[in-house]
Design a protein around this ligand. Structure first.
Ligand SMILES: C[S@@+](CC[C@H](N)C(=O)[O-])C[C@H]1O[C@@H](n2cnc3c(N)ncnc32)[C@H](O)[C@@H]1O
Length: 435
C-alpha cells in the first residue's frame, strides 16, 4: 500500500476540486501538502470511517472528539482553511456532506472507503447527546442545561477565569487591551447603566449563571437582585459567592425556570446569554412573560447571539456539531426576529447595540485559558469534552470575526400608555459632540 498521506491528499483534492491548503500527516507517518501549512493529523483509519459513516461536519467533529484527528500549529488557521475550502467552496456554499453525496464524488469516496479499511461503523462517542427535538418543555430545557452546565464548576473556572461570566465581554476601545476580568466588569457595568439601576430597585437576572451580574448590580448599584438559573451546580456556586461577599441580604439565587417567576413587578430585567436557550417556538411566550414581570417604565436588556437570516428561511439548517455536542436544543434567531417578537410582546425597543467583535475577542481568551490548562481540564471534564470545547470556541470566534453570527444587546421598555419611556433624549457616546 502506498503512503497514506499522499493518497489521502489526492482523494481529498479530487473531492474538493482544488489543491489542499493544509498539510496532512497520516497514521503511517507519511506527510503531504504544502510544507509550511498548518497540519491536520489523521491518527488512524477510524477517522476516515467516522467521516464516511456520518458524512460532513458531524463526522469530522466525531473524529476530532475521539482524538482520531488532531492539529499541529495554529488551530484557528486550520479551521479557517478547512472552512474556507470545504464549507464555502466558491459561491455555492456546499457542505462537506453535499460533496460526499454528489454522484461526481463516487470514485473519490470509493478510494476513501478503501483507504479507511474494513470495519464496523464506530460507536458514537460518549459525550454525544441524542437530539430531542426543539420542544423546549421545562423538562427538556432542564436536561439540556444540565448537559451543558453541570460539568463541574472547576472546568468553567479554567475557561472563564475569575469573573465566571459566560457571555460576551465588553473590551476597551480603540485597543482591546486589558484583562478578561476588566472587560467582563465593563460589560456588566454597561448593562447596569442601560437598565438605569439605582439603589433599592428590584432586578431580575434571567439565566444568572454563576451569579456575577446579580452580584455586580447589588454591590455597585445597591439593587435587590434575584438571579435564576436551571443549573443546580451554578446556583450552589453562586450562593457561596454571594455569602462570601456578604451580599445575602440583597441577592437571592434560585433554581427556577423563567416561566415560573411570578413575584413581579421588577424595575429591570437582564437576560444575558440566556435567550439562545429559549427557542423560536417559545420566544413570544418568553418575551410576554418578562414584559408582564416589569413595572410600567421598567426595562429589559436582552443580550443574545444572532444568526444571519436566510433568503429562504425554510432552508436554514442547525449546526449539527453544536447541536449534538455543545448546546442540545439551543437555537439562534436573526436579530430582526428577536426585535419583532419583543415588540409583539408589548415592548418598545429603544436601542440595539451589536457587539459582535467583542465576542470574538472573548472567545479567543477562553480558548487561551483552556489551552493553558488543557491537561487539568481533561482530568476534570474528560479529554473528549475538552477537545469539543476547544473546537467549538475557536470555530465560534472565527464565526463572529467573519460576521457569520453576531451578538446584540437589545434595550426594550415596558412603556406606559402615557408614552413616557423614561429614557434620556440622547444616550449614545457618539451623540455627544467631540472636541
Ligand atoms: C450562557 S449562560 C449565561 C450566564 C450568565 N448570564 C452570564 O453571562 O455569565 C445561560 C444561563 O441561562 C440559564 N437558563 C437557560 N434556560 C433557562 C430557563 N428556561 N430558565 C432559567 N434559566 C435558564 C442557564 O441555566 C444559564 O445559567
Amino acid at each position: 500500500m502506498p503512503d497514506a498521506a499522499p493518497r489521502l491528499r489526492s482523494l481529498l483534492e479530487q473531492l474538493l476540486g482544488a489543491p489542499l491548503r493544509l498539510r496532512i500527516r497520516a497514521w503511517d507517518g507519511s506527510q503531504a501538502g504544502p510544507p509550511d501549512a498548518p497540519t491536520l493529523v489523521v491518527r488512524n483509519r477510524r477517522a476516515l470511517r467516522r467521516l464516511l459513516w456520518k458524512p460532513g461536519e458531524l463526522g469530522l467533529a466525531r473524529a476530532w472528539v475521539a482524538g482520531d484527528l488532531g492539529v499541529e500549529g495554529d488551530l484557528y488557521a486550520v479551521l479557517e482553511r478547512i472552512s474556507g475550502q470545504i464549507w464555502e467552496r466558491g459561491d455555492d456554499a456546499r457542505t462537506l456532506a453535499d460533496t460526499l453525496r454528489d454522484p461526481h464524488s463516487r470514485a473519490a469516496v470509493r478510494g476513501l472507503i478503501k483507504l479507511a479499511g474494513p470495519a464496523l461503523p464506530p460507536a458514537p462517542p460518549r459525550e454525544e447527546v441524542r437530539r430531542r427535538g426543539h420542544l423546549h418543555t421545562r423538562r427538556s430545557d432542564r436536561r439540556a442545561i444540565s448537559h451543558h452546565y453541570d460539568v463541574g464548576n472547576a472546568f468553567y473556572e479554567i475557561v472563564l477565569g475569575p469573573s465566571m461570566v459566560y457571555s460576551c465581554a465588553y473590551w476597551s476601545a480603540p485597543e482591546p487591551a486589558g484583562t478578561l476580568e476588566e472587560a467582563q466588569h465593563d460589560k456588566l457595568e454597561l448593562v447596569c447603566r442601560k437598565l438605569d439601576l439605582t439603589p433599592g430597585k428590584r432586578l431580575l437576572d434571567v439565566g444568572c449563571g454563576w451569579g456575577s451580574m446579580a452580584m455586580h448590580a447589588a454591590r455597585e448599584h445597591g439593587v435587590n437582585a434575584v438571579g435564576i438559573t436551571l443549573s443546580q451546580e451554578q446556583a450552589a456556586y453562586a450562593r457561596k459567592r454571594v455569602a462570601d461577599e456578604g451580599l445575602t441580604d440583597r441577592v437571592e439565587i434560585r433554581v427556577q425556570d423563567y416561566r415560573d417567576v411570578r413575584d413581579g413587578p421588577y424595575d429591570a430585567i437582564s437576560s444575558i446569554g440566556m435567550a439562545e436557550h429559549v427557542g423560536a417556538a417559545r420566544y413570544l411566550e418568553y418575551a410576554t412573560h418578562l414584559h408582564g414581570l416589569l413595572k410600567p417604565g421598567g426595562r429589559l436588556l436582552n443580550h443574545q447571539i444572532a444568526r444571519r437570516p436566510q433568503l429562504d428561511e425554510s432552508a436554514y439548517r442547525v449546526d449539527e456539531f453544536i447541536d449534538a455536542y455543545v448546546f442540545p436544543d439551543g437555537e439562534l434567531a436573526p436579530l430582526g426576529t428577536t426585535v419583532t417578537q419583543l415588540e409583539r410582546a408589548g415592548f418598545e425597543v429603544r436601542d440595539v447595540e451589536s457587539i459582535r467583535e467583542h465576542y470574538a475577542l472573548t472567545l479567543r481568551r477562553w480558548v487561551a485559558n483552556l489551552e493553558a490548562q488543557g491537561d487539568r481540564a481533561s482530568r476534570l471534564a474528560g479529554a473528549g469534552r475538552t477537545r469539543v470545547w476547544r473546537l467549538y470556541m475557536a470555530a465560534s470566534a472565527l464565526a463572529f470575526e467573519r460576521n457569520r453570527i453576531g451578538v446584540n444587546q437589545v434595550l426594550a421598555v415596558r412603556t406606559p400608555d402615557s408614552g413616557a419611556s423614561g429614557l434620556p433624549l440622547r444616550s449614545r457616546v457618539w451623540a455627544t459632540r467631540q472636541p
